[in-house]
Structures are given as C-alpha cells and as structure tokens.
Design a protein around this ligand. Sequence first.
Ligand code: IPD
Length: 313
Amino acid sequence: MGSHTNDGDDGQSRQSCWKVDLQSIKTDMVNLAKQAGEMITTATASAATAVDTKKNSADLVTETDAAVEKFISTHLMVKYPTFQFLGEETYKPGMKLGKEPTFVVDPIDGTTNFVHRYPYVSISLGFAVDRIPCVGVVFNPFTQKLYWGVKGEGSYIVDVQTGEEKRLPVKQEKEEFKGLDGTLVAIEWGSDRSGANWKCKTETWAKLGASKEEGGAMVHSARALGSAALNLCAVAEGTLDLYWEGGCWAWDVCAGWVILKEAGGTIVSGNPGEWEIPVDHRKYLAVRAAKAGQKEIVEEFWGFVQGTMEYES
Ligand code: IPD
C-alpha cells in the first residue's frame, strides 16, 4: 500500500501537507499491541497493583501502565523520529494534541479492570494527523480480540488466536434506530465523583433508565466495560448501540474513533447541540452504524441529558 495524503475531511476540508503511509503504521501498531499484550497478561501481581493514584483514590495507575507506555513510545519514536507522541502516562497538564502526525496512546485503557483482574483491558493505539484520527488499533490481550481501522479503508475485528478477520460492523444488518427505548447504552462512572459533572452524569443515567410514565427513556439497559476504547469498539461492532461519556481523554478515544467511524458509526458531543467535535473534546456520544435514524437517536438522547458536562478540552 502506498503513501496517503490525508485530507483531514472530518467536516474540515483542509488539505494536509503530511504524507504518511497509514497501512504500514497500522502494521507496526498491531505488532506493538500484541507484544504489549504479553506484558499485560504476564504481569506479576505486584506489577498489576495500583502503586499510585492520580487525581483521587478511584484514578489508578500500576507499574505496568508506565512500562507498557515506555515500551511503545520507545519503539515508535525510533521508527518515526519526526512524529509526536501523546501518551496517558507521560502527559503533563497543558500538553495539547497538535497538527503534526501524532501517536495518541493509552497503554492500558481499563486500568481499574486490570487491577481487579476483570478481563476487559485494552491497549489503545491511535494515530492522528491534523488532529484527525487516521489509524486505530485496540487490543484486549485477555480475550485476544484485536480491532483496527484505517481512515478510508474500513475497520475490522481479528481473533488473534485463530487469525479470523471480520469487517465491522459485525451486525451487518445495521438495523434502523426506532427509538431510544430499544437501545443498549454504554455509560461509565469515570473517576470524577463530585460536582456538576457527576450530577449531570447520575441524573442523566437515571432518566435513561426510568420508565416513560416517570419521564424516562426506558432504554433496554446500560453497560460499562470499563474501557472507553472497548466501549467504542463494541459500538463499532454494533453489539452496543450507543456510548455516552464525559471525562475521557484523547488517548482513550483516538483509536476507537477511527474504528467506529470506519464501521459507519458516528461520534458527536455528549452535550446537546454539538455535531462536529475534535478528538480531545472529552464529552462524547458514539452511535453505531444504522440504515436510518442516527440523527434522530442523537437528538432523542440529547433530550435526556440533564444539564451539561463541563470537562475542559
Ligand atoms: C479510563 C477508562 C474508563 C473511562 C475513563 C477513562 P484508564 O481510562 O477508559 O472506562 O470511564 O474515563 O479514563 O484510566 O483506564 O486508562
């Protein structure tokens, strides 16, 4: 596969000057994700224990988070020395995703699951150019399911054990949305547990679940996989209909963003009214592919959001 000129067409028809071979980046990221997966599944008990917390006692970090990020960044920076790297574990307040080709990496998305040995953990490797996600690889080393997407070339799920690869969405029928009351929705607690954002989240969840007689949407149910990347991949598969969250960062969503969009899904703001958002928006509503009704389901969902989330980009 030759070089691609990325046109950054996600609603912004800007011509990019970067020539980047997205397929070869994807191949490298898949190989790294598999090797990082070994580091995660073979981590000792102490390396899978929370050694530190970030902003509060629910925001965990283990030795393995740092070791995996170091492994990935070292390899990528040797092979692509002119590109940038934005990773969860080396992020410092004030760092921003720029226009340069940038690897956007969460070494362990689902650290809380990892600490508790709940097997929904992923390595989330994204690549953005002009701030537009172009390549995404998400690998759960416990289930051996790997998702990848390349802008303009589709997205796929691979069973790493058997080598079987299927194009996304796996639910090829792309059922029309008939209303929020027929949907299965992913939500996440995240680590912020107070203030306006927590109020908006908890009141919105209550509305989504409540009966129609009591003013709710009465969705079929809610799920929380504990990894933003895996939630996005499940929406890309079509096994979850929607995913609503505030608080996650570009490294949690960059890879899943490509995988979802290449599967025909869409991603808009978690706050009502914003249809076009950047990858570091921090408030998201992801919607699976559908023959019809995507716009209507977004509008219906927004009608149940209680207030607004105020996470700063
Ligand atoms: C977290 C997970 C979680 C989401 C949080 C993220 P981490 O990432 O994706 O599902 O609710 O917003 O920060 O900390 O496990 O890398």
